[in-house]
Design a protein around this ligand. Structure first.
Ligand SMILES: Nc1nc2c(c(=O)[nH]1)N[C@H]1C(S)=C(S)[C@@H](COP(=O)(O)OP(=O)(O)OC[C@H]3O[C@@H](n4cnc5c(=O)[nH]c(N)nc54)[C@H](O)[C@@H]3O)O[C@H]1N2
Ligand SMILES: Nc1nc2c(c(=O)[nH]1)N[C@H]1C(S)=C(S)[C@@H](COP(=O)(O)OP(=O)(O)OC[C@H]3O[C@@H](n4cnc5c(=O)[nH]c(N)nc54)[C@H](O)[C@@H]3O)O[C@H]1N2
Ligand SMILES: [Mo]
Length: 769
């Protein structure tokens, strides 16, 4: 049988020929199969670019390209030969384009030229770079306080761009840095900093080769971190246990056929990933983890009673931790009844999960948005950390904490200073290096910035990438907030909705993407650097010709705005933009761990930023790792919803054919959805109780109870393996239902994974085609 015979079949496992077929299709649809394929061969290789897809690490043997279907989509999407030229805007007004879908907007291809909004014609027209910079500079200088401007960052920006951006903004005089990570892993950073002194994961990729058990909580790597599946697959094959906690049965976590494994591809076989699959209710993870801790303590009591050694790592606990006794007391006080009720798992299931933990010498725990986008995310991550401390699973080979980051450089951006609450030591070093007084007052995060734009105190919004209007909650309010600004500026590769909500003066500044060659004035190619989830920092240099000769790098655009706004007296912006080595020298002088940056970043795998916690050095107040000894949340959104007739809890997640607000296509292959995105996944019994059949449609109504009317119209029911009372659908379409007024305690992250909603079934007449 030839290879192509497999391609038409719907494979039962994630990956496999289905992935290859989908890749080819995406390369063709992007309009540039050759540049796309050429670009791919170089991605994540020492002399190529870092894959813009996700923040998973690259293996030591990085010479062979690690195949990933969704990385292909990200690369092909950027390497398209379609162009959104100024002519395009003569055909469509901004008001007309606002009615277009995200998919149709980005599908027009790469932006080619700086654009300025013209109110009279309601359209964008070409403008030259210098005019754009000087107008932006003039408006920013004219605001009565620098705190009236908001500077957003999306996590694709390189270390060099992000460092220069924060330098510009702090010289200008504010710490207003709303950042995509505020909507993403903020809770992880905060909880880990509190508990172990560093807000990053403690594992390296190599640890996945040594772990005896891996707990994967609230994460869908088959779609969002496909290269992680390769590491999970190898772990499963050598007998490591993989315990999944996810309300939804995700196919990528069940079976995976690695497109790079010849035998699996030829035989059509696949590797089971999860050894055990637990389906808690939305927001039930903290209770589940506490239940596991309770079972571990019970096992310890039993061992000690029979004269066996303790199952806990007592030496580690006494040498390295504080508040263990208080944690034990808190766990004792938490009843099995409360744990079962909140988690939605039975005691027997939780004890089974605990037995996996107890049988493993080395345990890794990974997590993502299923954990971080709830009201009680920070304490859930504290609970995970406490649980891992019990047997010393932090700071030894094959074990540790692994928050799996989203955007490919979101972790690096924070490292180099994108932070609305910068640590004093960082500001001190910045001041020493550049000789100016940095603002010390905390700035705005995403919700703070939205609040300031809505109440009129913020008057300018600058975005280094991203799609702020679509990524944030309560979409109609955000539209109002952006349009009320005196200035909006978007540095972007492709047109998106945020650009179509112009303030009084508005610019779109088109930039080079990561796949493109970045040459300085002397014709020398420049590289940028990024940091992955394992704190590896490595170089990235484009290999494709720029999409348009007019494009500038993000670094050059920031330098241009900075020179026009704060002048070049303190920083020679033009010189830095012409030689990124100079930026890296500054970073090395300001941020610990970056010494010899320019040398080490040119080594094949780059270098590792030391993580003190991984060496059992704790930069906390007590100089030890801390347990958190509070109670479970009084009620999750699910528990609240249960008492309200007809109310469900909705989580908003990603389909297989999207990158955040970028929609590549209308399929969600692993979940069996094709050609549409307006779907709601619901338990068949819940559908029956509502009187809905598969395929029936409904309007979804927000039930947050804050008086704001929220509705998403005309969604189709899909029966799914998901706990009763919990439903799921796609972001960003459902952001109209996510309330601005509901955020995580301490993290301020919108609660995109627990939104109370109800359904109004469409009548047969309404449903008629
Ligand atoms: N191809 C592709 N890759 C991406 C992205 C993309 O959009 N497309 N986005 C990037 C970004 S910025 C990020 S942050 C990451 C996101 O990566 P993920 O966190 O994997 O993204 P989501 O699709 O939001 O999936 C959340 C998962 O958590 C589960 N979940 C939801 N609520 C709960 C809960 O209460 N408990 C538990 N245990 N599970 C829950 C959902 O069922 C789903 O499987 O991916 C990055 N990589
Ligand atoms: N309901 C709900 N909302 C969510 C989430 C959720 O799970 N549910 N997830 C949240 C998460 S985890 C995140 S990270 C945010 C994401 O929020 P953002 O980071 O703001 O959104 P993206 O969709 O990643 O941004 C896409 C845009 O980035 C631009 N772009 C692409 N490449 C480049 C580049 O190289 N340079 C520049 N300058 N621009 C570029 C393109 O114009 C593209 O349209 O959304 C959050 N919002
Ligand atoms: Mo993210």
């Amino acid at each position: 049988m030839s290879k192509t015979d497999f391609i038409g079949k719907k494979s039962a496992a994630a990956g496999g020929w289905g992935a290859l077929k989908s890749c080819g299709k995406r390369l063709l649809e992007s309009g540039s199969p050759i540049a796309g394929a050429r670009a791919l061969m170089k991605a994540n290789q020492p002399d190529g670019f870092d894959c813009p897809g996700c923040a998973w690490g690259d293996p030591e043997h990085g010479s062979s390209f690690e195949f990933c279907e969704n990385g292909v989509k990200a690369v092909a999407w950027e390497a398209t030969d379609k162009r959104t030229t100024p002519d395009f805007f003569t055909l469509h007004t901004v008001s007309q384009l606002r009615e277009w879908s995200d998919y149709d907007l980005e599908h027009q291809g790469r932006l080619t030229q700086p654009l300025r909004y013209e109110r009279a014609t309601d359209s964008y027209v070409a403008v030259d770079w210098e005019t754009a910079f000087s107008e932006i500079g003039a408006i920013l200088k004219g605001l009565d306080s620098p705190d009236r401007a908001e500077f957003y960052t999306s996590g694709r920006a390189s270390n060099e761009a992000a460092f220069l951006y924060q330098l510009f903004v702090r010289l200008y005089g504010t710490n207003n840095f709303p950042d995509c990570s505020n909507m993403c892993h903020e809770a992880s950073g905060i909880a880990l900093k509190q508990a172990i002194g560093v807000g990053k994961g403690t594992v390296l990729l190599e640890d996945f080769e040594k772990a005896d058990a891996i707990f994967v909580i609230g994460q869908n790597p088959g779609t969002n971190h496909p290269r992680m599946l390769g590491d999970l697959r190898r772990a499963a094959q050598r007998g490591a246990k993989i315990a999944v906690f996810n309300p939804v049965r995700e196919r990528g976590l069940e079976r995976f056929a690695d497109p790079q494994a010849k035998i699996e591809m030829i035989t059509g076989s696949s590797t089971p990933i999860a050894s055990d699959y637990f389906q808690p209710r939305l927001g039930g993870d903290m209770a589940a983890v506490r239940g596991m801790a309770k079972a571990v303590f019970a096992a310890d009591d039993a061992a000690l009673a029979t004269g066996q050694p303790s199952v806990l790592d007592r030496a580690f606990l006494s040498e390295h931790t504080v508040d263990f006794e208080a944690y034990r007391a808190a766990v004792d006080q938490t009843t099995w009844e409360a744990i079962e009720d909140q988690s939605g798992l039975t005691r027997a299931e939780i004890e089974k999960a605990a037995s996996i933990y107890l049988a493993a010498e080395r345990v890794i725990c990974t997590w993502a948005m299923g954990v971080t986008q709830h009201r009680h995310s920070v304490i859930t991550i504290r609970e995970i950390t406490s649980f891992m401390l019990l047997r010393g699973n932090i700071g030894k080979p094959g074990a540790g904490l692994c928050p799996v980051r989203g955007h490919s450089n979101v972790q690096g951006d924070r490292t180099v200073g994108i932070n609305e609450k910068p640590p004093a030591a960082f500001l001190d070093a910045l001041e020493r290096e550049f000789g100016f007084a940095a603002p010390r007052q905390a700035g705005h995060n995403v919700l703070g910035a939205i609040g300031a734009m809505l109440d009129g105190s913020a008057q300018a919004f600058i975005a280094l990438g991203g799609n702020f209007a679509r990524a944030t909650p309560d979409s109609p309010l955000i539209a109002k907030a952006l349009q009320s600004q005196r200035l909006t500026v978007n540095i972007a590769t492709k047109l998106n909705h945020s650009h179509l909500l112009p303030g009084e003066t508005s610019f779109i500044l088109p930039c080079l993407g990561r796949t493109e060659i970045d040459r300085n004035s002397k014709g020398v190619t420049q590289i940028v650097t990024v940091e992955d989830s394992m704190s590896m920092v490595h170089g990235s240099g484009g290999i494709n010709a720029p999409a348009s000769p007019q494009l500038r790098s993000e670094v050059a655009i920031i330098a241009g705005m900075a020179a026009a706004t704060v002048g070049s007296g303190i920083v020679d912006w033009a010189a830095l933009a012409d030689d990124y080595d100079l930026i890296r020298d500054h970073i090395a002088n300001v941020i610990p761990g970056f010494q010899d940056y320019n040398i080490r970043v040119r080594k094949p795998r780059g270098f590792h930023l030391r993580n003190d916690a991984a060496h059992r050095e704790w930069a906390t107040e007590t100089k030890r790792a801390g347990f958190w000894a509070g109670a479970l949340p009084e009620a999750t959104e699910h528990q609240d919803a249960r008492d309200r007739e007809g109310v469900f809890v909705l989580q908003t997640f990603r389909s297989h054919d999207q990158y955040n607000t970028t929609i590549y296509g209308m399929d969600d292959r692993y979940r069996g959805v094709y050609g549409e995105r307006k779907v709601i996944f619901m338990h068949a019994d819940d559908m029956a109780a509502l009187g809905a059949a598969a395929g029936d449609r409904a309007d979804i109504i927000g039930e947050h109870g804050d008086g704001v009317v929220r509705m998403a119209q005309d969604f189709r029911f899909v029966p799914y393996d998901i706990p009763r009372g919990c439903v799921a659908g796609y972001y960003p379409e459902l952001n109209v239902l996510v309330p601005l007024s509901s955020a995580g305690a301490d993290s301020d992250t919108p609660t995109s994974k627990s939104v109370p909603v109800s359904f109004r079934l469409r009548t047969p007449v309404e449903m008629a085609p």
